[in-house]
Design a protein around this ligand. Structure first.
Ligand SMILES: Cc1ncc(COP(=O)(O)O)c(C=O)c1O
Length: 402
């Protein structure tokens, strides 16, 4: 059937956009599963747990009480107040965080997008510690700004420091994306490392977008340090967080920013022309997640404990293989691993993922998605026995290819 005489050509807005490699892998894994193959999918960045029952119950009650209409674009006040209260438990500066600085969005993904579009534009450069989550590069590009890759040192978990950032700075640098704990490396910045970077950004008048979505999934003492733990000023700081990962609430689509009021106002204006508020029922669920206290907090701790148990069980299997180099993660739920062929094959990670999926039935994500093609990302947000089995197959495949 002929739809139109028009030939589709992507607009200049999206001409450079790359398909998400994470989604491409999971689609291929699904296709193989549909053919009857038994596939272990360690591609997804999504907890395999259900949202805690008290949160689901609170959401159901809110529906019965009429939470079915539009809300303010920036979110319901009780939720924004709860987010501010939670932030003030960390922030040491004299000016407390207020609800007016909070914008609630359709997942932290939209929060990050709002921030990039609001702060950056043509001619601007944005420093992106590399490897980083694939969407940062694309979002900066959608703002028509340039993402400048700042490669970290693999021996330091690929973390960047002041010296590396300064080396890539130019008069056009407008901002910096930070992500701790990191997707894809699982690296966690210590408080003094974060402070040094924030001090540099403040001195250079760069915006800092600090994506702390994995903050509670941290294997050190307590939760991972965030920008608010170390910041003494916030006028260049946008903190991004949400309920998706720690509370196992990916499908509810609730994330938020804490930013200076003028930035918050501009982001809300942008959001008012795209999605308006995120789903009303989801906002009530997020409010419950943040305010019910125990037993929800205990459930979150139990999920983090299980992620830690999986990491501890699978890490030695990968480390035992001399064909692999593994970065031991301190947070999030990913192993970042250098594979055979690194340095000699152009897309060693992609070739490894392809062979692993087709021959060993394990789906993982090539490091090219994170701008480091010698590596692969393995998610351990899956059943523990499956993670162990998959890592055993990964090690065997690596040995065979080395
Ligand atoms: C680093 C990072 N930031 C943000 C997100 C988006 O999370 P949300 O579900 O809140 O949009 C993800 C999801 O994979 C992520 O890995």
């Amino acid at each position: 059937m002929e739809y139109s005489a028009l030939t589709f050509r992507p607009s200049a807005n999206i001409a450079e956009l790359r398909e998400s490699a994470t989604i491409a892998v999971s689609q291929r894994a699904k296709a193989l599963k549909a053919e009857g193959r038994s596939i272990i999918d360690l591609g997804a960045g999504e907890p395999d747990f259900d949202t805690p029952e008290p949160v689901r119950d609170a959401a159901k009650r809110s529906l019965d009480q009429g939470a079915t209409r539009y809300t303010a674009v920036e979110g319901i006040l009780p939720l924004r107040q709860a987010i501010a209260t939670e932030a003030n438990a960390h922030y040491r500066g004299a000016d407390g965080v207020t609800a007016g600085e909070v914008v609630v969005s359709c997942g932290s993904k939209q929060s990050l997008y709002n921030a990039c579009l609001t702060l950056f534009g043509p001619g601007d450069e944005v420093l992106v510690p590399t490897p980083s989550w694939t969407s940062y590069y694309e979002m900066v590009g959608l703002a028509r700004a340039t993402a400048v890759e700042v490669h970290g040192d693999p021996a330091q978990g690929y973390k960047v420091d002041v010296e590396r950032l300064e080396r890539h700075a130019t008069p056009r640098t407008r901002g910096l994306m930070l992500n701790s704990p990191s997707n894809p490396t699982g690296a966690v910045y210590a408080a003094d490392e974060l402070r040094a970077i924030l001090d540099l950004a403040a001195a250079r008048a760069w915006w800092v977008i600090s994506d702390e979505i994995y903050q509670r999934i941290s294997y050190g003492e307590g939760i991972a340090p965030g920008a608010l733990d170390v910041a003494t000023r916030r006028d260049n700081l946008i903190v991004v967080n949400g309920v998706a990962k720690a509370w196992a609430m990916t499908g509810w689509r609730v994330g938020w920013t804490i930013s200076p009021p003028a930035v918050a106002k501009a982001m809300a204006a942008l959001q008012s022309h795209t999605t308006s508020n995120t789903a009303t029922v989801s906002q009530h669920a997020a409010l419950a997640a943040l305010t019910l206290g125990e037993p929800v907090d205990a459930m979150v701790r139990a999920m983090v404990q299980e992620f830690r148990a999986r990491r501890d069980a699978a890490l030695p299997i990968l480390q035992k293989s001399r064909a692999l180099t593994v970065l031991p993660p301190d947070g999030a739920f990913y192993f970042y691993v250098k594979v055979p062929g690194a340095g000699s094959v152009p897309d060693a990670g992609g070739a490894f993922c392809h062979a692993l999926l087709e021959q060993a039935g394990v789906a993982i994500v090539p490091g090219s998605a994170f701008r480091t093609p010698d590596w692969v990302r393995i998610s351990y947000a899956a059943d523990r026995a499956q993670v162990i089995e998959a890592c055993t197959r990964i090690a065997a495949t690596a040995e065979a290819m080395a």
